[in-house]
Design a protein around this ligand. Structure first.
Ligand SMILES: Cc1cc2nc3c(=O)[nH]c(=O)nc-3n(C[C@H](O)[C@H](O)[C@H](O)COP(=O)(O)OP(=O)(O)OC[C@H]3O[C@@H](n4cnc5c(N)ncnc54)[C@H](O)[C@@H]3O)c2cc1C
Length: 166
């Protein structure tokens, strides 16, 4: 079996590395101190196809494989954990779940804009009394007419103040 990176993956690593060196590293200390960052970063990540790197092209992604997502995460993490977390939650936890389990309608409505980076996805598992122990989750979603009424508490939710989809 050949475990070498493909030419496409090597290029992807180079692109992500350059992006981190030029557009994240010079500003990260300032953003860290201020507790905020320039939201234009999302646009740049989207333009480079990094918000849906392993999502099929038919759903707005770059159509690469899971190793490619790992490469992107590795290079982002080299700069700072913030954007690695953002991309791995948005793509790995949210978008890949939609790809695997979503209906076609959900994929069109939620996955496609996420893969293009037009909408940001978050993932809400952890609660004050439940993290790894998923079965202890207390939050409920009860359908009332055409809406779900949510009740409960969440904690540690990355991008909770930025995301469009949870
Ligand atoms: C930077 C950051 C970002 C995060 N972003 C998100 C997010 O976007 N969405 C989200 O939902 N959560 C997020 N989390 C929360 C994270 O997913 C939880 O911390 C994780 O689920 C662990 O849950 P817990 O903290 O309740 O720890 P616990 O589940 O209480 O675990 C505590 C310890 O017990 C061990 N343990 C747990 N169960 C077992 C078992 N059955 N057998 C043996 N050992 C066990 C664990 O390995 C751990 O060492 C984030 C956390 C961090 C630090």
């Amino acid at each position: 079996m050949n475990f070498d990176f493909t030419d496409e993956q090597i290029m992807l690593r180079q692109t992500t590395k350059q992006f981190v060196d030029k557009e994240i590293n010079p500003f990260i200390q300032k953003w860290d101190r201020e507790g905020a960052f320039d939201p234009a970063i999302w646009t740049r990540l989207s333009e480079l196809g990094l918000m849906g790197v392993c999502i099929p092209e038919e759903y707005g992604g770059s159509g690469m494989d899971y190793n490619s997502l790992a490469i992107v995460c590795e290079e982002l993490e080299r700069g700072d954990t913030t954007f690695r977390t953002a991309v791995s939650v948005h793509t790995g936890l949210n978008s890949l779940t939609l790809l695997q389990w979503g209906t076609e309608e959900q994929k069109q409505k939620y996955l496609t804009p996420q893969a293009k980076g037009e909408k940001i996805g978050a993932y809400g598992l952890t609660e004050p009394g439940a993290g790894s122990d998923v079965a202890s989750m207390q939050t409920t979603a009860v359908k009332e007419g055409s809406y779900y009424v949510l009740n409960g508490q969440k904690t540690w939710i990355s991008l909770c103040d930025q995301a469009d989809h949870f």
